[in-house]
Design a protein around this ligand. Structure first.
Ligand SMILES: [Mg+2]
Length: 240
């Protein structure tokens, strides 16, 4: 059992009970439901090649860029800080991101991306218990659809009572917008919910909306500061 429960957090068994008794579970997608970031990085690099620009994001570069949420925002941030030979317009960034999304879809299918351990069991158990499920993500709707239709179920949408994606809000995480919108759609108070996230930006977003956060540590954000989280686990298998 690797759950980290500092600061006098509730005992582990109480955490499992709380997870089971919480009315609404709100899931982040990238890094939380599946380790998708490596596929996102490959898709960006494929898009750069297709678009005809000599950019390549290696693992270290991408890890730093992940501090910027949203694909278009990430491209813009890189362009502003790393490249003096080309300045992409807003329309060019949108087109580049569209191409990237196509490559992401192709790569998700090609690699048959799987959910992280414990995710499907947690979702199935929660549905059986009558808990409400939701998604709050800054990725695009098409990316969520590609991932979950491959990794979870063709009818995955019926499992979630609300889903808010990055296309639908003004400000992406760490701003609380996606969480506030989920709460508004579900008409549940924040303290009746539990967010499941993998990054400091996700933790900040949910916390700013008043939603307690369980962290499932992922490859890219493993060493973020999670000191304000309710608890931290390495895998959700620890709680199902
Ligand atoms: Mg994430």
């Amino acid at each position: 059992m690797n759950a980290i429960l500092p600061r006098g957090f509730p005992p582990f068994r109480d955490l499992k009970d709380r997870l089971a008794r919480t009315r609404v579970l709100i899931f982040d997608v990238d890094g939380t439901l599946a380790e998708t970031e490596a596929i996102h990085r490959c898709a960006f690099n494929a898009a750069f090649r297709e678009f005809g620009i000599a950019w390549y994001w290696d693992h270290g570069t991408y890890k730093k860029l992940l501090r910027v949420t949203g694909g278009k925002e990430r491209i813009r941030a890189f362009n502003q800080t790393h490249s003096t030979s080309i300045t992409l317009s807003r329309l060019e960034i949108a087109e580049l991101h569209r191409i990237k999304t196509q490559h992401y879809s192709r790569l998700i299918c090609k690699h048959a991306c799987r959910l992280r351990p414990g995710v499907e069991a947690l979702i199935r158990n929660a549905v059986a218990r009558g808990q409400t499920l939701a998604i709050a993500t800054t990725t695009t709707l098409s990316n969520v659809e590609e991932l979950l239709s491959v990794a979870l179920d063709r009818d995955w949408r019926s499992l979630f009572a609300a889903m808010v994606t990055g296309d639908e809000v003004t400000c992406k995480k760490p701003a609380p917008d996606v969480y506030l919108e989920v709460l508004a759609r579900l008409q549940h108070p924040a303290d009746a919910c539990l967010a499941i996230e993998d990054s400091a930006n996700g933790l900040k977003a949910a916390s700013a909306a008043g939603v307690p956060v369980l962290i499932s540590r992922s490859e890219y954000f493993r060493y973020d500061d999670f000191s304000s989280a309710l608890a931290v686990v390495d895998e959700l298998t620890e709680l199902v």
